[in-house]
Design a protein around this ligand. Sequence first.
Ligand code: FES
Length: 336
Amino acid sequence: MDRTHAIEVAGSATGSVRCADDQRLLDAFLRNGVYLPNSCNQGTCGTCKVKVLGGIVDAPTPSETVLSIDEQTAGYVLACQSTPRSDARIEVPLGAADGPQHRLRDVTGTVRAIDTVADDTLAVDVELDSPLEFSAGQYVELTVPGTDQVRQYSMANPPGDGRSLEFHIRRVDGGLATDGWIFDSLAHGHTIDIRGPWGDFLHDPGHEGPLILLAGGTGLAPLKSIARHALDLDPDREIHLYHGVRRAGDLYDVEFWEALAAERPGVHYTPCLSREDGFGRHGYVGDVLLDDFASLRGYSAYLCGPPAMVDAGVKACKRRRMAGRLIHREKYTPVR
Ligand code: FES
């Protein structure tokens, strides 16, 4: 018996997508190469909300901070949490289908290198059994072996041929994936189940102005992908990277960025230590940015790191007159 249902997007030329009884709507759309806005894939950000116009869709009751009572009453659901019980018709936000058309896929990766690059931080290089298309800035989910749990990590490499992925992984105290697997036993030659790509934190190649990149900790990963992609498109691109960590022992990729800055006159690298002096600048990345620029008109920014760092960085960009539409952000919250 066919356990799939046709899900149609109102007003769209893409036709309908088949979605299984136990499959989330977002998964079905992305797997068929039809983009829906998405970010957390965990029901916590609200980016993937769609309106159900007809049919039966099972959706857990979301927090009111994610979908207001008015939205829930109007028929909005979170596509990353909802499964169909019948054929259905949904409405997606205007322009929603303009995102990347990379198909969501399940692939297997083999660890080719695993290196300690800073205190409690690993860089892991994985070679895929088949190419995975993604956009600079996106992430994948790694399945923790022996569980149904996944953990999300952004790619640090630019898309390229899609055969290899580079991850920066920070240990989370008591973390199922880090203490229980990656920092404990993951080694060269091991295989990893990977699903992706996900997310709407993307390099926008349409904006050709100078870039500000503000990273906190391993939030550096997607910014490294974005910087490398931007330089692939324009080797002379003006890029200012601020990498914020607490102490010098938390810094990594210093040689990479110093070499890039030496080779490309447009690239500027500023490590920032918030808890000690001795290397780079002292302070939070947002404050250092404010010290360095009187105006950021015409610049665009990509910020990734802990929520407080991202919020402060966004404020700093706006204080220096950067247009809100040119500020892209991704918040990293450690998951145990
Ligand atoms: Fe964040 Fe669905 S709620 S992507």
